[in-house]
Design a protein around this ligand. Structure first.
Ligand code: GDP
Ligand code: MG
Length: 298
């Protein structure tokens, strides 16, 4: 063990935060980096605040990727708690990957303000370059290059895998010298609950066209494996009956669509059949209720 430690002295390891608007391709990037499909490990609830997306262990070291709470520009009405969560999670980072994609048009001033004063290494990741030609990509780079002191700017295609290895190499260049934080075997994810809730929430946002960016949260009540199926029961929290109506839709059509899309992607992600049961629950003032927030996070 000791001998092994000595040999490991040149490793670089650390925490890397993924930051960026929904749909820029963070999950796709994670899948590309992790290469293997993530397998469901257990139904034990997550107990920590940090949402670890994946742990990449290589001879060079270990990258622990974690998610920052969702950011939905331009609906940047983050409440105080969300702001604190984002801020906190970024404080824990050795390095921040700030994702935009080639379709990005919005002003990213607010997002930058979240890490501007943290004195962290930040890479600008420009995703979905497969959709555009070189001139457009260069144009995008020149548009974004001066609005922050990016340590690196990397155009990638998470979907096609272009430059994903490069990002990984660059990360190792900047991470502090350190041995592994987690045992090598722990490269699978422990965060199924989080992933499921994010997935469902993402579909809600997609289908309701940002009608309710922050009024919903999704709590996974139960997740367990049964023969060849992963059975998931999740509750969608909204604040008002009117919001419940929107999410359920005409004769349940909206909820069905949300569930259907989430299920298809979850099956792809877990590589297993999924049985997904969604319920909508009106919980007035859940956002202001510390108890409910704590429950959701636990
Ligand atoms: P997230 O919300 O940031 O996690 O984004 P996702 O990873 O879920 O990706 C959102 C959508 O963009 C999905 O339909 C992906 O297939 C698509 N996408 C992600 N990366 C790329 C890419 O490099 N090129 C293209 N063309 N589409 C991508
Ligand atoms: Mg995602």
């Amino acid at each position: 063990m000791n001998i092994e430690k000595k040999e490991n002295q040149n490793r670089h390891s650390g925490y890397v935060a993924l930051l960026g608007r929904t749909n820029v391709g963070k999950s796709t990037f994670m899948n590309a980096v992790m290469e293997a499909k993530i397998s469901i490990v257990s139904d034990k609830p997550q107990t920590t605040r940090k949402q670890i997306l994946g742990i990449k262990t290589t001879p060079k070291g270990q990258i622990i990727f974690f998610d920052s709470p969702g950011i939905h520009i331009p609906h940047f009405r983050l409440n105080e708690k969300m702001m604190k969560d984002v801020h906190h999670s970024l404080l824990d980072a050795d390095l921040i990957l700030y994702f935009i994609d080639m379709d990005t048009k919005w002003d990213d001033e607010f997002a930058i303000s979240l890490f501007k004063d943290l004195n962290k290494t930040v890479f600008l990741i420009i995703n979905k370059i497969d959709k555009y030609n070189k001139a457009r990509i260069l144009e995008k780079i020149s548009k974004f290059k001066d609005n922050f002191q990016w340590q690196e700017i990397v155009p990638i295609s998470a979907l096609k895998g272009n430059n994903v290895d490069l990002v990984e190499d660059l990360i190792f260049n900047y991470l502090p010298e350190s041995d592994y934080y987690y045992p090598e075997e722990e490269s699978t994810l422990q965060t199924e609950r989080f992933y499921v809730s994010e997935m469902v929430r993402e579909k809600i946002l997609n289908f309701t066209h940002d009608e309710m960016p922050f009024v919903t949260t999704v709590k996974v009540e139960d997740i367990h494996e049964k023969e060849n199926v992963i059975v998931i029961r999740a509750e969608i929290y909204v604040e008002k009956r009117s919001q419940k109506k929107i999410i359920i839709g005409k004769q349940g059509s909206m909820l069905k669509m949300i569930g259907e899309q989430a299920r298809v992607e979850l099956e792809d992600y877990f590589d297993k059949k999924i049985y997904l049961d969604l319920f909508v629950k009106v919980v007035p003032g859940w956002r202001n209720s510390p108890r409910i927030l704590t429950e959701i996070e636990s």
